[in-house]
Design a protein around this ligand. Sequence first.
Ligand code: ADP
Length: 297
Amino acid sequence: MDRAIESFIAEKTVEHCGSEYQDLKLRRSGVGCINETWEIYGDNLASLFLKLGRATAHDMYLREMEGLSLLSQAQKIKIPKAYAVESNDDCALLIMEFIPLQPLRVASEVALGEGLAELHSLTSETFGLANDNYIGRSLQPNELCDDWWDFYCNQRLGVQLAMAADNGMRGELQERLKTLIEHIPQFFKFHQPKASLLHGDLWNGNVAADLSGTPVIFDPAVYYGDAETDIAMSQMFQPLGNAVYDVYYKHFPSQPGHDLRRHLYDLYHWLNHFNLFGVTYLGQVERSLDALLLKML
Ligand code: ADP
């Protein structure tokens, strides 16, 4: 690592976490999709987890810190405590609690199901959040809104569709996505969810357990929205264990039509994956769209 960046990390860690971090060491830890991630460690030091990015990542880290703090209202899931965000001309840092992680076992899955139900029971009057934030590296607007479908069509699908156009999406696919968005408010008007506190990026890679088995969730894109969006995302790649959903639905019963809305909620993330990672994800966008339009038109 660059010497100047290393001494900036040391200076800021001492400033926020105490003088005992004077002799900190750094080693790579975790494999993130977006950031360089490091463990700050040393003799008799509580390890810290560090996200390191370009100076422009400052706002992304601030929003992540805010999101972690909101999620920590849920008592049954462990959320890393974020200590500081700092930047200079060369880099930006997010310093947080280091939690040794392990895969979820069944007992942790049960606790996670309860914890997610608790999280989703924390509600707001309006959809969105006080600040915009990020989903991966993409800006995620959160302007407060009274109507879920207005919010989801404009600030989720509409925004990603505009980004997709900038990234070269054209023609029939673009037109079909526009048609979908036009039909959503009417077609889904019977589903009027509460504005639940959401993790917002709850794929299985952002879920684990600590060494005592308590479930841990991290790397959020928090806002208030339909709880089904978190559950849909948790099933997009490798679903979480069955116990998570069995317990979750006992506390937070599933709503009629959630199987179809799942495609709608996946679509936001597939579009975002197209925008972040490229054409490999076009097939997924098309499959979700086909499943929806088949039922809706
Ligand atoms: P990115 O923002 O780049 O996607 P993540 O937040 O997903 O990075 O972190 C990358 C990996 O680091 C995670 O998959 C997880 O294994 C590990 N990790 C995340 N947060 C912590 C933490 N607080 N303590 C220890 N390991 C963590």
